[in-house]
Design a protein around this ligand. Structure first.
Ligand code: NAI
Ligand code: MG
Length: 359
C-alpha cells in the first residue's frame, strides 16, 4: 500500500477556510479506505508570508516540495497588500512552470440540485473535460516594441507551438477520451484565421489520432466552439485546446454549470517527474473571507481529483457521491451561493459524514 506524500498549501483568504474541509474529507477517506496519506502543512505561498519575509516563498521552496507526490492548493492573492502579479508569479505560476505541469485539466459537470444558468439543461446534459496546454502557446514573453511612443510604434508578440509541447497535451487528451465511454475528442482550432500555427496544430492532432483509432475527433473553430458550450453542451466529452483558447474555455465551461464555488482543477505533470497541483478554480475571495460562508466543494472535489491521480479511484468516487448527495440534500447543509444556509464548516462536515457512511 503506497503512502502518498502531499503538501497542503492553503494560501490566502478563503483558501484558509476551505482547506480544512478538504482535510476533513481526506480524514474520512483514510478511515473508510486503506488510503495512506502523509500530509505536510505549508504556511508559505501566501501573502501572510510575504508580509513577514518580503517574498512569497522561501528560497529553497523547490527542494522542499519536489519529493512530494502532490500539492493540494487553496488560493493565492490578497490585492489589498500585495499586487496580484507579485503573489501569483511568486507562487502558483512558479509551481506550474518549474514542475512542468503542462496539463491543466478541468471537469465540467452539471449536478443535480444546482440551478443551471443555461435554460432547460438537466444533470447529465453537461459532463465533459477541458484539457488546456499549460506551458507555451500564446502565453510567452517573446516579442517587443519598436519605435515606442512614436507614430511608428510597432508591437510583436510571438506564440510558441512546439512539437514536444503539442504532442504531449494531445496525447493526454486522446488517452483521456479513449478511457471514457463516449470516446469523443473535440480539438479547438482556428486554422481559418491563425494561418500558420493552427493548421500545424490540426496536423499534430491528425498524427496523434492515428494512434487512437477508436476515438472520434471533431475539430471546431474556437468561435463556434464557444457558442456550442452554451447552445449544445451535450456535444462535448473531452475538449483539448492551446493555452489561450483553453484558458477562456475553462472559465466559460464551469460558468455554464452554476456557481464558481464548485469548479475544481488539476495542473498535471503526467510523467510524475514533479508533483502535480490540485486547486479550486476560484481565488481567495477577499469579499467573503472571514465569514465562513465560502462553498468548500471546489476544494473538496480538487482533493478527489488528486486521489484519482494518485491511483485511489474508489476514494475519488466516494467523495463525488458524497458531494452529489449533499447538493441534493437539505438546504441547511449547503452554502448560500447554492441557496442554502450552511456555513463552510457545516457543508464540509456534511460531505465528510457521507464519505464516512459510504452513501
Ligand atoms: P475569486 O474567485 O476570488 O472571487 C470571485 C467571486 O466569486 C467573488 O465574489 C467571490 O466571493 C466568489 N467566490 C469565489 N469562490 C467562492 C466560493 N468558494 N464560494 C462562494 N463564493 C465564491 O476571484 P477574484 O475576486 O477575481 O480574485 C480575488 C483574489 O484571488 C485575487 O488576488 C486574485 O488574483 C486571486 N485569484 C487566485 C486564483 C488562484 O489561486 N488560482 C484564481 C483566481 C483569482
Ligand atoms: Mg483563467
Amino acid at each position: 500500500q503506497p503512502v502518498h506524500r502531499i503538501a497542503v498549501i492553503p494560501g490566502d483568504g478563503i483558501g484558509k477556510e476551505v482547506m480544512p474541509e478538504a482535510l476533513r474529507v481526506l480524514q474520512a477517506v483514510q478511515q473508510r479506505f486503506s488510503v495512506q496519506l502523509d500530509l505536510t502543512p505549508i504556511a508559505w505561498a501566501s501573502c501572510d508570508h510575504f508580509a513577514a519575509h518580503g517574498d512569497m516563498m522561501p528560497p529553497d521552496w523547490k527542494a522542499q516540495l519536489q519529493d512530494q507526490h502532490a500539492l493540494l492548493f487553496g488560493a493565492v492573492g490578497w490585492p489589498a497588500t500585495v499586487p496580484d502579479n507579485v503573489s501569483l508569479w511568486g507562487s502558483l505560476l512558479k509551481f506550474r512552470r518549474e514542475f512542468d505541469q503542462y496539463i491543466n485539466l478541468r471537469p465540467v459537470r452539471l449536478f443535480e440540485g444546482v440551478p443551471c444558468p443555461l435554460a432547460g439543461r438537466k444533470p447529465g446534459d453537461i459532463d465533459y473535460f477541458i484539457v488546456r496546454e499549460n506551458t507555451e502557446g500564446e502565453y510567452t514573453k517573446l516579442g517587443g516594441i519598436m519605435f515606442e511612443g512614436t507614430e511608428r510604434e510597432v508591437v510583436i508578440q510571438e506564440s510558441v507551438f512546439s512539437r514536444h509541447g503539442s504532442d504531449r497535451v494531445l496525447k493526454y487528451a486522446f488517452e483521456l477520451a479513449n478511457s471514457r465511454p463516449r470516446k469523443h475528442l473535440t480539438v479547438a482550432t482556428k486554422s481559418n484565421g491563425i494561418a500558420i500555427s493552427m493548421p500545424w496544430w490540426d496536423g499534430r492532432a491528425d498524427a496523434m489520432h492515428a494512434h487512437y483509432p477508436a476515438v472520434a475527433v471533431d475539430k471546431q473553430h474556437i468561435d463556434i466552439l464557444s457558442a456550442r458550450f452554451v447552445l449544445q453542451p451535450g456535444r462535448f466529452d473531452v475538449v483539448v485546446a492551446s493555452n489561450l483558447f483553453g484558458d477562456i474555455l475553462s472559465d466559460l465551461g464551469p460558468a455554464t454549470t452554476g456557481t464558481i464555488g464548485l469548479a475544481p482543477s488539476a495542473n498535471l505533470n503526467p510523467e510524475r517527474t514533479f508533483p502535480s497541483l490540485f486547486e479550486p478554480v476560484h481565488g481567495s475571495a477577499p469579499d467573503i473571507y472571514g465569514q465562513n460562508i465560502a462553498n468548500p466543494v471546489a476544494m473538496i472535489w480538487s482533493a478527489a481529483l488528486m486521489l484519482q491521480f494518485l491511483g485511489e479511484q474508489a476514494a475519488h468516487d466516494a467523495i463525488l457521491r458524497a458531494i452529489e448527495a449533499t447538493l441534493t440534500g437539505p438546504r441547511s447543509e449547503v452554502t448560500r451561493d447554492l441557496g442554502g444556509s450552511a456555513s463552510t464548516t457545516v457543508m464540509g462536515q456534511a460531505i465528510a459524514a457521507r464519505v464516512a457512511a459510504g452513501v
